[in-house]
Design a protein around this ligand. Sequence first.
Ligand code: HEC
Length: 135
Amino acid sequence: MKKYIPAILVLITLLGFVHVTFAQRTVTEQQLKASPGAVTNNSNISASRKTRLMDLLLADCGSCHGMTMKGGLGPSLLAVDLKNKSDAMLFYTIREGRKNTPMPPWKPFMNDDEIRWMVKQLRQQTWKKELNEND
Ligand code: HEC
């Protein structure tokens, strides 16, 4: 039995390496996927630009997705309905639009940081506050 101990130790060490390698790869893939839409602190967007973007969200996005984002021509953009959708997917959909659907690309009007900010507003439903103030 004793003679197997070194072999078992080698095996355990190898398994450890395999585990670490795969665990690292998973993290890297997740980071890659998340990075395009990853929510940043957006500190480089001015307050006046944020007001403008919020108007755009309520008026333009709202014209298709519903005044209260519950859906219309486009699907609901309520946080609860976006819960299982990735930041990256939302980011790309807003940035590039969806071909052969009415969803237009917004990259002519918003830079990447602004699109990330938009995704954050949808997730946090900050636009709700604006609606109440305007009521
Ligand atoms: C002219 C109508 C129209 C406007 C304006 C519009 N959308 Fe859309 N949007 C759509 C439609 C239609 C879809 C669904 C496309 C499809 O069938 O895949 C969609 C899809 C989406 C999706 C993907 C939702 C999901 O569950 O997959 C997001 C996110 C989105 N829009 C955000 C926005 C934002 C943010 C704005 C404003 C900057 C906006 N849209 C403006 C019509 C519009």
